[in-house]
Design a protein around this ligand. Structure first.
Ligand SMILES: [Zn+2]
Length: 362
């Protein structure tokens, strides 16, 4: 059987299982859903002001940690979140996991002393080639081993940090997927040689994925994280779990409080699910499950356009949303929130990657 055929078969089975699971979950009391949710934060650099889009200033970061401490949150190891997703293990109310991508040097120099002082667990998604090449911007394996002894865990971010959707010239889709799987395997291999890494977790470089690569990662046994916002819960699609990106532009404390308090929006279906689109005005249909949120007050915001209209097919059950003006090419996003009576919000996000149509010059 061809590699691709195997993917298709597994995908169909997984799809059926997911529908059954979704149907069953609708019947569960809302408390059960809330007990299984967590917020995953994503950082890159700390106190490296030269890179504002991926950096968090030290005073912002300290204020965030203080809020987690004082606000009734429990920072849990990412392994706990993965166990909840894979096996339905219960998470504490207000569980938050901290992830850091790429293994930059400022993790060791700036963040680690703060984490260690407070006994806070955290997970670094390492792109192993950069470390192996000894690039000065990255931590050394020795530094990571020291952190591992004090609450850090390490997970797979691929070896080369190549986007999984990147296509080489004259490469077929099957060849691309083989190349991606080899890069993921190599990353895992190097991690296991140097550390005792966290199995079964992958973070997409640049947060980019498409359906074939997402299915491949799932078939390789990974739950995979993107860079679109939102809380994680039992209905989350483990091929592309949301994380809240934390960087200077999103470092505002009011925003941070709302994000860490957020709960997953029960999206039973998102169509089309694949983020890759060749139209500048994409749209998705989202089917909602049961919730005590006020879906009548659902508000959606699109990259660079602010608030956009939501079109309801069925009141508080199924809606369509997309940009009102054409997107530029590249990574775009929609974020939707709905309030609950306790002041917390359900959060849903979907990424789009706008690509040129075939034959068009990229
Ligand atoms: Zn990265």
């Amino acid at each position: 059987m061809s590699l691709l055929r195997q993917f298709v078969n597994r995908m169909t089975v997984a799809k059926c299982l997911r529908s059954v699971a979704a149907a069953l979950l609708v019947l569960l009391p809302i408390q059960v859903l809330a007990a299984g949710s967590a917020v995953v934060l994503m950082y890159h650099r700390f106190g490296e002001a030269r890179f504002p889009s991926t950096n968090i200033r030290v005073e912002q970061f300290e204020a965030q940690l203080k809020h987690l401490r004082d606000g009734g949150y429990t920072v849990v190891p990412l392994a706990d979140v993965i166990a909840a997703i894979n096996d339905g293990a219960t998470l504490r109310e207000r569980a938050v996991a901290i992830t850091i991508d790429d293994a930059y040097r400022s993790v060791f120099g700036v963040a680690y002393p703060l984490f260690r002082a407070d006994g806070i667990p955290f997970t670094v998604f390492v792109s192993t080639n950069a470390v192996d090449e000894g690039r000065p911007a990255y931590m050394t394996w020795e530094q990571m081993r020291e952190m591992a002894a004090h609450g850090a865990s390490f997970a797979n971010h691929g070896a080369s940090h190549t986007s999984v959707i990147e296509r080489r010239e004259n490469e077929t889709d099957a060849e691309r997927l083989v190349r991606v799987s080899e890069d993921v395997e190599k990353g895992w291999q190097r991690l296991t040689e140097e550390l005792d890494p966290l199995p079964g977790a992958f973070a997409y470089p640049y947060g980019e994925y498409d359906r074939p690569a997402a299915d491949l990662l799932r078939d390789m046994g990974y739950v995979s994280f993107g860079q679109h916002s939102g809380a994680v819960g039992p209905l989350s699609d483990n091929r592309a779990l949301p994380r809240f990106p934390m960087a200077e532009p999103f470092g505002d404390m009011a925003q941070f409080r709302t994000k860490v308090a957020s709960l997953p929006m029960p999206a039973l279906a998102v169509e089309p699910w694949d983020p890759i689109v060749t139209t500048a005005k994409p749209s998705i249909d989202v089917t909602l499950g049961e919730s005590d949120a006020r879906f009548g007050e659902l508000a959606c915001f699109v990259s660079g356009q602010g608030s956009v209209k939501v079109g309801w097919y069925e009141k508080e059950r199924k809606f369509a949303v997309g940009p009102e003006k054409p997107f530029a090419r590249g990574r775009q996003r929609v974020n939707c929130t709905a309030p609950r009576n306790d002041g917390r919000y359900l959060w849903f996000s979907h990424p789009w990657i706008v690509q040129p149509t075939q034959g068009e010059n990229p």
